[in-house]
Design a protein around this ligand. Structure first.
Ligand code: ZN
Length: 247
């Protein structure tokens, strides 16, 4: 079973389409770690595509904000403008889909899925100390998390935590991680729709637990086309510009 692991799509249908086209016939099913919408110009197209793929998806903070499950007051001003715009655009069907997304952690086919952290879906996991808590408490050997938009991860064995550098180089499509049986892993596939780790390409992963491999992918997409749609929709300029730099 090869599982396509998506996260932080952020209403970027062009980036999602590029990821799907690059990995055609390379996976059997799709899971998603949340933040389907928010920031980007294509909330209905992105939600619709995820539904069409039959993805098993948990909710992210932007999904909650877009469908009124969470107040947007805590968001920074540009995120709030985008969340309110997203809410105004979503069809009733897509709003209902997002509202009904389950909260992580979710266990599926040997993976544990969370949006932020194991016990707080809105927490950002950046530091080894935070990672360690999640690694020790997770019910699975392989836990995927999103929310930070940074591709990478951590592994743990015999009280030692290792920070994993997993990003494919500029001309490579993916970097493969070989899983070692006793080790525990906390892995971030990166963000499809708004990468923030200095690589503007869409980030995601393919997990093949049967063969003990996780591939970390980066795929280039037409950023200018997405930026043009964002400007046409009147979305804040800082959100438009950050796509090109991946920050
Ligand atoms: Zn996000």
């Amino acid at each position: 079973m090869r599982i396509l692991v998506l996260s932080d799509l952020h209403s970027n249908r062009t980036a999602l389409d590029a990821a799907l086209a690059a990995t055609k016939d390379r996976w059997d099913r799709v899971v998603c770690l949340g933040d389907v919408v928010g920031y980007g110009p294509d909330p209905n197209e992105t939600t619709g595509k995820l539904r069409e793929l039959g993805a098993q998806c948990i909710r992210g903070n932007h999904d909650k904000a877009a469908c009124g499950l969470m107040p947007t007051e805590d968001f920074n001003p540009v995120a709030r403008i985008a969340a309110d715009w997203t809410h105004s655009q979503l069809t009733p069907e897509n709003l209902a889909y997002l509202r009904d997304l389950p909260q992580g952690p979710l266990e599926t086919d040997g993976l544990v899925l969370v949006h932020g952290a194991l016990f707080d879906e809105d927490e950002y996991v950046f530091t080894p100390a935070q990672a360690l808590e999640n690694l020790l408490d997770s019910a699975g050997h392989v836990t995927f998390f999103g929310h930070t938009h940074h591709q990478g991860g951590f592994s743990f064995l015999d009280s030692e935590l290792e920070v994993l550098s997993l990003r494919p180089r500029p001309k490579e499509a993916f970097a493969a991680l070989r899983l070692e049986a006793p080790r525990r892993y906390l892995l971030n596939p990166g963000s499809i729709g708004q990468p923030r780790d200095a690589d503007s390409r869409a980030g995601f992963a393919i997990a093949d637990l049967d063969h003990h491999v996780v591939e970390f992918w980066r795929v280039a997409y037409d950023i200018a086309a997405v930026q043009a749609r964002m400007r046409a929709a009147g979305l804040p300029e800082p959100l438009v510009q950050r796509l090109a730099v991946g920050r």
